[in-house]
Write a protein that binds this ligand. Structure first.
Ligand code: ADP
Ligand code: ADP
Length: 808
């Protein structure tokens, strides 16, 4: 490798990552010095969307087209799914880079989707094969559900026989038939139901959850004023994922799902629960019902039946809302767009890698890693779930759905138990001492997700007989004795509220440790739970460091990272960052729209995040930005100049808007104003440049479904952890004492596992000066951002250089 490339790779995000982080094919591809036009040369691929549409499909289409062109494929889009393939002609269109411009923010699929009867017949598939071979297409990307993927696999198996027939019929010469004897297929799952076994998330599910939660929030405001019960029917004929996760995210009173049919006598239990809740002053009841909800006998439970039951037995004012296609509608969430981008790029590279004997695969998400899994085994497993439900083998159905589904179900059931009586200390036969108090506080700036997490935490502790002391405004509130026990109903509405109801403050323990210790003793605090950002992490570190001085700090402590910046070590995601990402992405959409109106406008947008470039990078990917400058990836005037040239060329090429993101602390000298001025001066004949500093809007808003769920789940795990620690380390009925490092942890999500990492272990992995973790998983997505924005600079130029050296 020549020295200049080595230096650039060292400076690039990949240089800061260990090889174990370079997991996605795009990062490997770039790390291996591959680049423009190097792997797909001479081959043609076609992509299509099929079956039901879902939000995020357009991001996937854009990504396949651009990544495909980038690596040297000729890329075709097939209109209207299999029907377009069967019809051929104009339905199979070659795509140019600009042809997918400005679609990432659109719901549905711009290339159309359809159900196709013809393709179910061999004759139809044969016609489709001929239309493909005519255009030399030997690689297909299918974006659809399990039906579409099954069809694709069948097509692949029959392909060679079609070619043989074409040769016999004199329509194809033998040489070409031999060259194209293999059809390569890669699938991506687009479905709002998350009903596909083999991927953690299907493209569209997160957005559908957004639509459902928006509806529940809207309904809640009206229902509150009238004391009403709402039955909300959501999609999911065979899969209760949407209903279950929406139930978790909204604190619904009841969910009906196909995989866990209502037990015999559920009518009685439901009515008791609802009438009890009114007794506690709850004015609103929400019931969520999946389309495919059934009872133990496999009989459907309809919304109408539930309504009649409630009206008859309880005389409650009860309304039904069927959300229907609203769930498939609207602009895709940031997560679905990023998922579409990542899966699209992975699909292209899977096709580039395909060997004659490679089986068809599906690209999917495993934690936060893009992976390839065999298509047919996933389809078989998915169909096995539907069959198990049909055969009423519900345990098998939910086992096949996987650990995460069962975990969601367990969490939902736990938190939505009936309110325990105040004296209740015995749950599930386990006696817990209510003498122990766990303090709960929020530290740092408010982050959406703190409140839902607070609710999950309080309820989990109460169910086990522990008292939670809510401390207002962090350590300042503690020093002012602003401490009071939190109750079951008090936190009910927290599930959907943004900000921090407890109040939060940035102060961390410092010289005042003695005063803080006094307050711990005075309020009898036996364990400490913090929802907070980097200051929360520093607080726990400080308190655990002071354990030898103050016995009061020799108690279990846990932090669930809650900050929009996502800059706390020990977790891949902090609470609030998904909500903020969605706020930023929506704002960027608006800017893009305004630029289209006034034409030829470039926006330089500054995002929050401290030194952490997560928000800038991810929102850049989600909104299709041209560049995102961050601290972690140093940039020079040469890079800026390259980007200015790119912008001018792009705008001259009739893409009339540009977005450049800059993280607030990206560089001391290359300020947002400097970048605006530079872009303005250099591009003054071509476009107008404007600056936008997004500021605190990024912190606000109702928490996204993901933040609510992640908050709830991590809070429950943190509560269980603290309780176990109390039980293990109690000295008598009034004291807990532990100095173990393992009792002061960050509870986080790492590659889809929940991890309890001692804060002391994390110190080595933290850049304290810049308040960021040393390694950040999302850095591997930066090359993709650049590739999809068409950058001739950084990666590509260097790679071409290597390529040329290699060839001569
Ligand atoms: P989804 O992909 O969303 O599950 P469908 O099951 O309706 O949607 O499938 C979409 C299309 O895929 C069908 O209209 C049909 O053209 C094709 N298809 C589905 N299953 C098969 C199959 N077993 N054989 C051939 N084509 C199929
Ligand atoms: P779990 O597997 O913990 O039960 P989910 O079913 O909610 O979680 O989500 C499955 C996976 O998809 C998780 O690994 C999660 O990290 C990821 N995921 C889902 N939605 C989002 C989102 N909006 N942002 C980031 N990651 C997400």
């Amino acid at each position: 490798m020549d020295n200049s490339l080595k230096r650039r790779l060292e400076m690039s995000p990949l240089g800061r990552m260990s090889s174990e982080d370079i997991t996605d094919s795009v990062s490997k591809f770039v790390a291996h010095g591959q680049g423009f036009g190097m792997v797909g040369t001479g081959r043609s691929l076609a992509l299509f969307t099929s079956g039901g549409d879902s939000q995020g499909m357009n991001a996937a289409v854009r990504s396949v087209v651009r990544m495909g062109i980038y690596v040297g494929f000729k890329v075709y889009c097939i209109q209207e799914g299999y029907q377009g393939m069967v019809n051929g002609g104009d339905c199979i269109k070659e795509m140019a880079w600009n042809g997918v411009s400005n679609i990432i923010q659109l719901g549905g699929t711009v290339i159309g989707s359809a159900r196709c009867k013809d393709f179910r017949e061999r004759e139809g598939r044969k016609r489709a094969a001929f239309n493909l071979i005519e255009k030399n297409i030997d690689s297909l990307v299918v974006i659809g559900g399990d039906g579409s993927l099954t069809g694709a696999n069948l097509f692949r198996q029959e392909w060679f026989s079609f070619l043989q027939e074409f040769v016999q019929e004199g329509k194809l010469d033998l040489q070409k038939a031999t060259r194209f004897k293999q059809l390569h297929i890669v699938g991506m799952v687009g479905s709002i139901d998350n009903d596909f076994c083999g991927t953690d998330m299907t493209i569209g599910t997160d957005t559908a959850l957004h639509r459902i939660i928006e509806a529940v929030d809207a309904i809640s405001t009206t229902a509150q004023s009238h004391q009403r019960t709402f039955i909300l029917e959501v999609m999911g004929r065979h899969c209760g994922y949407l209903a279950l996760v929406a139930g978790l995210a909204s604190g619904a009173d009841w969910v009906f799902i196909p995989e866990k049919p209502a037990m015999d006598g559920w009518e009685e239990v439901l009515c008791n629960k609802l009438s009890e809740s009114r007794g506690f002053g709850q004015r609103l009841n929400i019931l969520i019902l999946a389309e495919g909800a059934i009872d133990q006998k496999g009989e459907p439970i309809t919304a109408q039946y539930v309504k009649e039951l409630i009206v008859e037995r309880l005389q409650f004012d009860t309304r039904i809302t069927v959300l229907g296609h609203v769930q498939r509608g609207g602009s895709p969430s940031a997560f679905d767009r990023i998922l579409g981008c990542r899966m699209g790029a992975e699909a292209v590279l899977a096709l580039a890698d395909a060997k004659p004997d490679s089986p068809a695969c599906v690209v999917s998400l495993d934690g936060n890693k893009a992976v390839r899994v065999p298509l047919m085994s996933c389809v078989d497993k998915t169909q096995a779930v539907a069959k198990a439900v049909q055969e009423r083998n519900f345990q098998k159905a939910s086992d096949l759905r996987g650990k995460s589904f069962n975990n969601n179900l367990k969490t939902y059931l736990t938190l939505n138990k009936r309110k325990p009586s105040d004296e209740a200390c015995t749950i599930d036969g386990k006696v817990c001492s209510s003498n122990f108090n766990i303090a709960l506080m929020n530290i740092g700036a408010p982050a959406s997700g703190m409140n839902p997490a607070g609710r999950g935490f309080v309820r989990s502790c109460m169910l086990k007989g522990y008292r939670v002391l809510g401390v207002a405004d962090g350590f300042s509130g503690l020093l002012n004795d602003d401490v009071k026990p939190l109750g079951w109903m008090e936190v009910a509405s927290w599930v959907s509220e943004g900000g921090s109801n407890l109040g939060t403050n940035r102060n961390i323990p410092d010289k005042n440790c003695k005063e803080i210790a006094d307050k711990f003793r005075q309020h009898k605090i036996h364990a400490l739970m913090i929802f907070g950002g980097f200051e929360g992490y520093q607080s726990i570190l400080k308190l655990s460091d002071e354990r030898s001085e103050f016995a009061e700090f020799c108690i279990p402590m846990a932090l669930v990272a809650s900050t929009i910046s996502n800059n706390v070590p020990g977790t891949d995601f902090s609470l609030g960052c998904d909500t903020a990402l969605n706020v930023i992405t929506e704002t960027l959409d608006r800017l893009k729209q305004s630029a289209t109106g006034s034409r030829r406008r470039v926006f330089v947008v500054e995002t929050m995040g401290g030194f952490c470039g997560y928000l800038a990078t991810m929102s850049g990917l989600a909104a299709g930005a041209d560049a995102a400058y961050i601290f972690e990836e140093p940039f020079t005037i040469k890079d800026l100049e390259g980007d200015v040239q790119h912008m001018k060329a792009k705008i001259k090429d009739n893409i009339l808007r540009g977005i450049v993101l800059r993280n607030e602390k990206a560089n001391n000298n290359f300020t947002t104003t400097f970048i605006e001025h530079l872009f303005q001066e250099e591009g003054k004949d071509v476009y107008v440049c404007r600056q936008n500093v997004l500021g605190h809007v990024q912190q606000g808003g109702a928490p996204s479904p993901f933040d609510r769920n992640l908050g709830t789940k991590l809070a429950v795990k943190a509560a269980n952890f603290l309780i176990e620690q109390i039980e293990e380390n109690k000295k008598d009925n009034n004291t807990v004492y532990t100095k173990s490092e393992k009792s002061a942890v960050i509870v986080g999500i790492c590659k889809r596992e929940t991890k309890f990492t001692p804060v002391n272990y994390l110190q080595k992995a933290t850049d304290f000066k810049h308040r960021i973790p040393e390694k950040q998983w999302w850095m591997k997505l930066r090359p993709l951002l650049r590739i999809l924005a068409k950058h001739e600079s950084t990666y590509e130029a260097d790679c071409e250089e290597v390529f040329n050296n290699h060839m001569t």
